[in-house]
Design a protein around this ligand. Structure first.
Ligand SMILES: Nc1ncnc2c1ncn2[C@@H]1O[C@H](COP(=O)(O)OP(=O)(O)OP(=O)(O)O)[C@@H](O)[C@H]1O
Ligand SMILES: [Mg+2]
Length: 281
């Protein structure tokens, strides 16, 4: 079985500092309140705006006090249209001629009390999404059909999912009965002053360049590119800045990290190049 999960939390257990996260509003206190009520959380927002970093940060904050021997505080699963229930819950495998049951990432999180982050949950197959229903209401139960086990979630367990409404087709939208199980935190690209702080911190670029890149991001998002075109994300601005601090010329860095990344439309590319020229020092 290829385990789609990425576990993190060793940092927290080693006493290192939390993954750096620059809050946009009250999302930290809302998440803490949801966690205190063990209310599942859905993060909605476009690509590269800080959702994953936020979950990493929150998992660290909430689980920093856990024993070093515990499972990691955060187990992340990138969902895709082939992801079935067994990929989350587990399956029987052959080991030395014996059939053994191997927990999937969701089951590991439920047993150990980790946060389980299902990234792009709408991409998963319908049967997969149904698996989380009993886990995300007052029952907090994971039925493991194959073994007949009915697993009570560990007290510390919480399910967090992300959802990007812009990219999925309407057909793939979540059913209200799924969506209404989650408190929703809406994310977006931050205003330039805020984004400049993120760019500077993540790349080490100087303040003037970070501010210029943030202005470039805002101007690029204001272009009328249609709903299909992904925006210039915070991630891309950080990438451009990371190339610059390694000696790459500013316009070359923007070409490689931003202009060539957001789309194949030559008119859009040219508009972005013009913005780069106007906004960068
Ligand atoms: N508020 C923030 N605090 C700290 N870093 C941020 C923040 N917002 C964006 N970033 C930076 O942007 C990068 C991309 O963010 P992240 O991976 O969290 O995006 P995402 O919303 O999970 O995107 P996707 O939907 O594509 O998974 C991060 O690695 C980090 O460098
Ligand atoms: Mg992410």
């Amino acid at each position: 079985m290829t385990d789609p999960a990425i576990a993190s939390g060793a940092l927290a257990q080693a006493g290192a500092s939390a993954p750096w996260y620059h809050p946009q509003g009250d999302e930290v206190s809302l998440f803490e309140a949801a966690y205190a009520a063990r209310m599942p959380v859905m993060l909605v927002g476009p690509t590269g705006c800080g959702k994953t970093r936020f979950v990493e940060h929150m998992a660290w904050r909430l689980h920093a006090g856990r024993e070093a021997s515990c499972e990691p505080g955060l187990i992340t699963v990138a969902c895709h249209d082939d992801l079935g229930a067994a990929d989350l819950v587990g399956r029987h495998l052959l080991e030395d001629g014996q059939t053994v049951w191997v927990d999937g990432p969701l089951t590991r999180a439920v047993r150990s009390g980790a946060l389980c982050y299902l990234d792009e949950v709408v991409e998963a197959r319908r049967d997969t999404i149904v698996v989380i229903h009993a886990l995300t209401d007052h029952r907090r139960l994971l039925p493991i059909e194959r073994t007949g086990e009915l697993l009570n979630a560990h007290d510390d367990f919480l399910l967090v999912v992300s959802y990007n409404p812009g990219y999925q087709s309407v057909l793939k939208d979540l059913k209200p009965s799924t969506r209404q199980r989650f408190m929703t935190l809406a994310f977006d690209y931050p205003p330039p002053a805020h984004e400049a702080v993120v760019i500077a911190h993540e790349s080490g670029v100087d303040e003037a360049m970070a501010a210029a890149l943030a202005r470039l991001g805002a101007a690029a998002r204001a272009l009328d590119t249609g709903p299909e075109q992904p925006a210039v994300s915070t991630r891309l601005l950080v990438h451009a800045a990371q190339l610059m601090v390694r000696g790459i010329d500013a316009s070359r860095a923007c070409e490689a990290a931003i202009v060539r990344v957001v789309g194949d439309d030559e008119t859009l590319r040219q508009a972005l190049r013009d913005l780069v020229e106007i906004t960068l020092p």
